[in-house]
Design a protein around this ligand. Sequence first.
Ligand code: HEM
Length: 459
Amino acid sequence: MAWRSLLPWRCGCCVRSAGGEGRYITFIIDPLQYVSLTKLNKYLEFEEFADNISSRIFNYPSILKGNFPDLSENVHRNYQYLKGKSLDALSDSMIKNLQCIFKKRFSQATDWETEKMNKFCFSVMFEASFITLYGRDPSADGHNVVDAIGDKFTKFDANFSYLAANIPIELLGSTKRIREELIHYFLPNNTSKLLGVSEVIQARKDLFEMYEVLGDYDKAAHHFTFMWASVGNTIPAIFWTTYYLLRHPEALAVVRDEIDHLLQSTGQETGLGYSIRLTREQLDNLVYLESALNESLRLCSSSMNIRIAKEDFAFKLEGNQEVSLRKGDFIVIYPPILHMDPEVYEDPKKYKFDRYVENGKKKTTFYKQGKKLKYFLMPFGSGSSICPGRFFAMIEIKQFLVLLLTYFDIEVVGEKEVGHDKSRLGLGILLPDSDIDFRYRLRPAPKARPPPSSEARCL
Ligand code: HEM
């Protein structure tokens, strides 16, 4: 069959459209077929495609085309520091930093204070993430991090989708200058003064030092890339989880109750001055919190999983179907198709905070056409390009919410609904299209014991 005659083309499980430069894009729309795609690594590639886009957006020399032997493999090996014991240390540092930020900024909030919700989530989480990963400047208030680079980050991020779409940066106003300033922030003479750098970033620094051919600017651009990856999706995910919880008081009550119960049962004092420490296992057992988070991810994640055919081949699908692909063609999983499938998720447009809970336990069985799905929630991508920060992301988002709900009474002000900013479609967690007022005040601590001076010590 001639390729042209395939356009526009659709079978029960795929849709194909033209992708420019004579390439076709085949979307797998049947989630039962996702497994077949993950078995095709021999024929499909992603790395070169990602390297092209990422090096252009973040302005570092292509890892694959430059003279950097094994750099790509080494960068991927470095992601081991986002697992196991290193992840424990990272998570521990994150919750300490979050508590210090909450304590420093909000210990006076005994009366209702009104703020913009997205701005609030951004400022707390950006500072906490930066300090946890890159370390703290001992001579500056941590809040300066947000002042110095947070605003620039927001401006750069606002144009991210244009950069991803290959719009020349020169046409995007001050974006080029802002990118330079952000990259400069990560130059060795700036980052070397930061104390308490995480293992993952220290190992990344050590790795780049092994490549003499990488200049200081290039190394800084790599660090900026990682920084973007570490907050670019996490902060909007935090916004949406908080937003949906506050918009659904019945969900908020259940999640808050679950958290209170855990803290009480582990004998932890909950005032702003006390340290709250939660193991990964304890966080993992907060099934309603996790479900509320997953439900928000289901509704707002839109990252496309892209692969490119390395050669002509026939992609064999479940049920004796087959799709012919030519070298260079794209094959794509677009998770919102799964996330909004009414056969998989009843009432898919509705927020149901306990969708991922069954009989008080995590629900991990979802079906299509009576068959159990291996992939039912895909905010973090899949297969070889799955997000290496996914475990940390889930932990830090839960930590943020545990502290927020423990320390504060919170509620949305007004009836305004926030929608998705569609410009990010295909690229990750969608940003909110506007901000919304919410108010918070410190919850009275259940016990009156004053915190010992060693508790929640902040530098
Ligand atoms: C809710 C939060 C997050 C979401 C939804 C998310 C999602 C994703 C997705 C979908 C990808 C793959 C992109 C692709 O296939 O093109 C990715 C890649 C990546 N993510 Fe995340 N991510 C999150 C948080 C994080 C965090 C907290 C970190 C680090 C601490 C991180 C580090 C990375 C890195 C380094 C990559 C590139 C991996 C590579 O080199 O192949 N992410 N993320």
